[in-house]
Design a protein around this ligand. Sequence first.
Ligand code: 9D3
Length: 251
Amino acid sequence: MDILVLSLFPEMFAGPMSQSIMKKARDKGLIHFEAMDYRPYATSKHKNVDDIPYGGGAGMVLKPEPIFSALEDRIGDPAQFPGKIILMSPQGRPFTQEMANSLSRETQLVFVCGHYEGFDERIRALAHEEISIGDYVLTGGELPAMVVIDAVCRLLPGVLGEAGSHEADSFSDGLLEHPHYTRPRVFRGREVPEVLLSGNHECIRKWRRKEALRRTWLRRRDLLKTLPLTKEDQKFLEEIHREEEENTTGK
Ligand code: 9D3
């Protein structure tokens, strides 16, 4: 996959893109990454990339010319571009795993980032989609672009090893994960649940399923609304409701 980022702070990408899984993916040639500074494409003497808003008001607005020129210089006519051009913006569609899955099927991605200001509305004509990573205000689109790139790259074949293919079957069930434990069996007086030491795989499966349901019920009740639940799941949830009721009434 070919990934291009347009940013006024291209060096922000160096760290995250040169560590861990991202570094391995690049070294293996699974992704090609480039962060491009669009400031050199500013036409004014002082290389301004923003200007005051027409109609007045506070704040500055990113000018269209530098972003259009940088992109055309790098990919030619954006209308002929075979990949996806994504505008990172607080007004974008909230990013989801489903969107990551969909983007991972593209061969070329371009991310356009602003920094603490709005885009001139005509910049939107360049983009195929506009993505936000959630309802909080950041200083720019760079960290959000890295979040999307990270979520997409780990889905590419060969990027994760064994762990990745494993996850596809065990974890795509829409629940939060059950608790995990490793050695030691007792840490500062707190023991690993007995069932996990039992060697009884059916008991372990049931315990994990129930604790995944418990965690989802306690932390993300919204996820349970849309999920297909088996008869066993419903039995576990009834037990959980009773148990958690006991916990809050102090019995
Ligand atoms: C909400 C404030 N905006 C009104 C003047 C200006 C503005 C503030 C901060 C415009 C852009 C930004 C920087 N944020 C992003 O570029 C951004 C972002 C975010 O802040 N939160 C979640 N997702 C994203 S994607 C890009």
